[in-house]
Design a binder for this molecule. Structure first.
Ligand code: C5P
Length: 420
């Protein structure tokens, strides 16, 4: 029977080498299922690792769903060997102390399978008494700990702490599993950097055949031929989501309010100005498998869009009357062609989670992605390149802390791909 590894990737600069390790292991006909710690996802995206394992990558972000579908006990039960690569000083310390505060450490505390740890860290961290004590104890507890290579390190220092070559790690794994090691399978082009991996991601067609509808940017509500009501939305987050969806093979319709952003490649873009135009463009674009309503639609428009420029009339109060715009998202939730997955955004300035949860039920959507745009916490969110978001679903809540809008988009699309 095919041997199976449970690979735990923790957060060190060497995390990207886990991609090459997976490639070589799979060439040896060893199946690999992967778990990432939260900090590992700072170095390699779950999507990159998922492309290499051709499987879902387990982590903490979406653990409620993961735990329901395949629990941490099951993950280790299915494996012949657990490999931690890279094993950071932090993970080694937690493991030795029996701390179980995330999925990776919980698996390590609960498993009865053999464990191979492949440390990689800065030379001082490796030489530190605490790390050496931890490793000595783990070895006494029958954990196999490989000795790191010596040489120049990413941090500019020199000494022991480098991750051994993936071929060497594979050899060790093959020995443990009783699989014949073949050095020729370790050769060839490998995804050795995150940017190389980007190409591989492009080939991940997890959303092929799916139609994703996205609204983005502000709307502009005319008062007269020269004046309008608008807001500060830049459209960057919505455009980044459209880009991520297209890269995953989806057919993407992006309905954009007035923004000055280039159209992501492979995306069909429909430019609109007002909420009413956006509403009709959304209806025209149906059916869709998933709609992500990122646009900051104006809640009100001028009751009368004057044909001529409105003139000042002495001291009289400005004659601006507002009426409510249709709620495109709420209407879509009641539509006979309602997308299977309907996602709203909520830009809030106070009680972010509470307001977002109320919005989830009031608007009849499946997820609300909330962000704090108050001047104190959300400085620079509107128009900026970073975002902090909470993904609120009926099952609970996931957080994406201070990440680029591209990274937020990629994480959201990975979560969507798991559901569609
Ligand atoms: O009520 P609020 O504007 O905060 O709701 C935000 C969510 O609802 C976003 O997903 C936004 O795109 C959507 N929305 C809409 N039509 C409106 C107002 C908001 O689709 N008129």
């Amino acid at each position: 029977m095919k041997k199976q590894i449970l690979l735990i990737v923790s957060g060190g600069i060497a995390a990207y080498k886990s991609l090459e390790l997976v490639r070589i292991l799979r060439r040896h006909d060893i199946a690999v299922r992967a778990v990432m710690t939260k900090s590992a996802a700072e170095f390699v995206t779950p999507l990159s690792l998922g492309v290499m394992t051709e499987d879902h990558v387990y982590g903490d972000m979406f653990n409620l769903k993961d735990e329901r579908e395949i629990g941490h006990i099951q993950l280790s039960r299915q494996a012949d060997l657990i490999v931690i690569c890279p094993a950071t000083a932090n993970l080694i310390a937690k493991m030795n102390a029996g701390i179980a505060d995330d999925l990776a450490t919980t698996i390590l505390l609960a498993t009865d399978k053999p464990v191979l740890a492949v440390p990689a860290m800065n030379v001082r961290m490796w030489n530190h008494n605490a790390t050496q004590r931890n490793i000595k104890q783990l070895r006494e507890d029958s954990v196999m700990v490989m000795t790191p290579d010596s040489g120049a390190m990413a941090c500019g220092e020199f000494g022991p702490g480098r991750l051994p070559e993936p071929s060497e790690i594979t050899q060790q794994i093959c020995t443990q599993l009783g699989v014949k090691f073949d050095a020729t399978l370790c050769q060839g082009q490998s995804p050795t950097t995150q940017s190389n991996v980007q190409e591989t991601i492009t080939n991940n067609q997890a959303l092929a055949g799916k139609h994703i509808l996205i609204t983005a940017g502000p709307t502009r509500e005319a008062i007269d031929p020269v004046r309008y009501i608008a807001n500060r939305s830049s459209g960057k987050q919505g455009f980044a989501i459209a880009d991520a969806a297209a890269k995953m093979g989806a057919k993407v319709t992006l309905i954009a309010g007035p923004v000055s952003l280039p159209t992501p490649s492979g995306v069909e873009r429909i430019d609109v100005e007002s909420a009413l135009e956006m509403q009709s463009a959304v209806n025209d674009a149906l059916p869709a498998d998933c709609a992500i309503m990122v646009a900051a639609v104006a809640d009100w428009r001028a009751a009368n869009n004057a044909e001529q420029k409105i003139k000042k009339d002495g001291d009289a109060i400005a004659p601006l009357q507002l009426i409510e715009n249709p709620d495109i998202l709420a209407e879509l939730s009641q539509h006979k062609e309602r997308p299977k997955l309907l996602i709203g955004f909520a830009a809030e300035t106070e009680n972010v989670l509470e307001h977002a949860r109320t919005k989830l039920s009031r608007k009849g959507c499946d997820w609300i992605i909330a962000n704090d745009v108050s001047t104190t916490n959300g400085q620079g969110v509107m128009g900026g390149d970073h975002n902090d978001v909470h993904i609120i679903t009926a099952d609970g809540e996931d957080n994406i802390d201070h990440a680029t809008k591209e990274r937020v988009a990629q994480t959201i699309m990975e979560k969507i791909a798991n559901v569609l």
